[in-house]
Design a protein around this ligand. Structure first.
Ligand SMILES: [Zn+2]
Length: 109
């Protein structure tokens, strides 16, 4: 991946995480175990896929700044390792440079 594309991808992922944070904030206490549509956080710039997971599951992913949640098949083995594969979503961890960028771009910092 060249540098320009890497930057674009990182910006896109940071945006997806901000959208998902907003989705998360829209929940009332007690709704942590209800299936919710989150945006796919993959490297595809034109991806509009929604993933169904519970706010509690999403929080477990976001507890690690290098981890992202993507639609099955949207993982990018070039820069990501699969942490957990579920039928509805896959948790990936960014490696190396991409990991440092994901950490720096985490909107929760
Ligand atoms: Zn995707």
């Amino acid at each position: 991946m060249d540098r320009d594309r890497e930057r674009l991808v990182a910006a896109n992922e940071a945006l997806a995480r901000r959208v998902n944070d907003a989705i998360d904030r829209g929940h009332w206490p007690g709704e942590e175990d209800q299936g919710t549509a989150y945006r796919c956080e993959c490297t595809r710039l034109d991806c509009n896929r929604l993933l169904e997971l519970t706010p509690a599951e999403y929080e477990r992913v976001r507890a690690h700044p290098r981890r992202l949640v993507v639609f099955p098949g949207h993982e990018c083995p070039e820069v990501e390792s699969v942490i957990r594969a579920m039928p509805a979503y896959v948790v990936v961890a960014k490696r190396g440079e991409a990991g440092a960028v994901a950490e720096a771009d985490d909107p929760r910092d």
